[in-house]
Design a protein around this ligand. Structure first.
Ligand code: 5AD
Ligand code: SF4
Length: 468
């Protein structure tokens, strides 16, 4: 067997690395770009130093996210120069939402970048890579008419397996909501849903390769309205019902949802579809009606609380999580106190909280009454403390209860395996490696700082064959 770093036709092996920043949708896009690179003959690199093709799949949601990209690009430039002196060429691609928002500006700020490609255009990477000329940067950030997912290679079975038993599937992209703080409608464009049959075919392929848990993704996933059978349109509840029938799909999740798009059908799916995890990420952003109006959220606190009550009636064991922004322009102490009160009323299992960060081009960035950094930091700390208290209380309440766990990998200790609860926590149990890829009922016996400790009760809970 040859092992000289040369392929059979004596071409040097080229390696690619796609580094993902930001949300789960970027993780999915990064995997699809890795599939494109693989089709173009690149092997997967494990670190940037080994990669001939480096793709940064960027995030623009908050200012710090995009600054991180520029500092990373500075480091890569150094690496690229060092390698050029050794006669090795490196191709540097900036993809994702910073690429979309800043376009050619990236080439000015960092001339080491070869290609700038927006989130709607990365299926054109092969042409961009082949067409690239040394020293000339190219930019592709148009919103094209073609469906990029149709143009992308399907993931190979080995790639699917290497990514584990949980997979993301993007079913909807873009957003028409225009919350006043958010760049997404500008960077990802308007809402577009993939056709039902295409999504189901992708899920079938994943399940056949051993994926057990699927998260359906979209910036506004519960607004999904894909082309269904014949002329009918399919909503997220239809998609969930159909996906749950695919053999091998043990658990389904979806993220992220807007409160105004929680249809009755979708709420009913939480009652009727066993595979749908009793977990809902439903961002509210603020607990003050005044701030919600300024954010252009188009719902108030009462609407949200009523919705939570309806969801809990349909599925009493459902856990909720949310996103919050503190220090939105004009947020008073009373507005912030209303956010804390809302959190106390709902009781979340886990949540994300962010300091407001003004994004150029969004309406909120133009508001005069921006909040000072110290106040933002103070509010964030207070909100974090409350959310953390609730997260730990939620975990403590699970002790003694039985939950279904989908096992994904061996634990650090021999004889231990690690899986995920319906509520997204890691669960460690003593168990056989053969359970990886399967779901089993586990009794929670203890909690760690970031995970749960359990005891196996029954394998594949749907069949209820007892282990102990
Ligand atoms: N500043 C702070 N947080 C933001 N988010 C979106 N835009 C901003 C911004 N300009 C947060 C919201 C959203 C999550 C993905 O990121 O809470 O739900
Ligand atoms: Fe941004 Fe979500 Fe609002 Fe759309 S619904 S504008 S993605 S925060």
């Amino acid at each position: 067997m040859k092992n000289n770093g040369l392929a059979d036709d004596a071409k040097p092996v080229r390696r690619a690395l796609v580094k993902s920043f930001g949300c789960q949708m970027n993780v999915y896009d990064s995997q699809r770009m890795a599939d494109v690179a693989s089709q173009e003959g690149y092997e997967q690199a494990t670190n940037i130093e080994d990669a001939d093709l480096i793709v940064l799949n960027t995030c623009h949601i908050r200012e710090r996210a995009s600054e991180k990209i520029y500092s990373e690009l500075g480091k890569i430039r150094q690496l690229k120069d060092d390698r050029a002196r050794e006669g090795r060429e490196t191709t540097l691609v900036v993809a994702g939402c910073v690429a979309q928002a800043e376009g050619a500006e990236i080439l000015h700020r960092q001339p080491a970048v070869d290609i700038v490609v927006g989130p709607q255009n990365y299926h054109r990477l092969p042409q961009l890579l082949r067409g690239r000329r040394r020293g000339v940067g190219s930019v592709d950030t148009e919103f094209p008419l073609e469906d990029k997912f149709d143009q992308l290679p399907a993931s190979a079975n080995e790639a699917i397996r290497a990514r584990g038993v949980s997979a993301f599937v993007t079913v909807q992209e873009g957003c028409d909501k225009f919350c006043s703080f958010c760049v997404v409608p500008y960077t990802r464009g308007g809402e577009v849903s993939r056709p039902l049959a295409k999504v189901l075919a992708e899920i079938e392929r994943l399940a056949r390769a051993g994926v057990a848990e699927i998260t359906l993704l979209g910036q506004n996933v519960n607004a999904y309205h894909g082309r269904g059978e014949g002329e009918r349109s399919a909503g997220l509840a239809d998609l969930i019902a159909a996906a749950a029938r695919i053999p091998g799909v043990l658990r389904l999740r979806y993220a992220t949802s807007h409160p105004n798009d929680m249809s009755d059908d979708l709420i009913r799916a939480h009652r009727d579809v066993g595979a749908l995890a009793p977990y809902l990420h439903l961002p509210i952003q603020s607990g003050s009606d005044r701030i919600l109006a300024a954010m252009n959220r188009r719902h108030n606190v009462r609407d949200y609380l009523d919705l939570v009550a309806r969801v809990r009636r349909a599925r009493p064991d459902i856990a909720l999580s949310s996103d919050f922004i503190v220090g939105f322009p004009g947020e008073s102490d009373a507005d912030f106190a209303a956010t804390l009160a809302l959190v106390r009323e709902v009781e979340f299992a886990s949540s994300y909280a962010f300091k407001y960060s003004a994004r150029p081009g969004t309406p909120a960035a133009e508001i005069d009454r921006q909040i000072d950094e110290a106040t933002k930091a103070e509010r964030l700390a207070a909100l974090f403390a409350l959310l953390e208290e609730q997260r730990l209380a939620f975990n403590r309440r699970l002790v003694g209860r039985r939950v279904d766990v989908v096992f994904g990998k061996p634990g650090r200790r021999a004889g231990q395996i690690v899986g995920r609860s319906p509520y997204m926590q890691s669960v460690h149990v003593e168990g056989d490696l053969s359970l990886i890829g399967a779901m089993a009922t586990v009794e929670i016996v203890g909690i760690g700082p970031n995970s749960l400790i359990g005891r196996l009760v029954a394998r594949a809970s749907r069949e209820m064959s007892l282990i102990a």
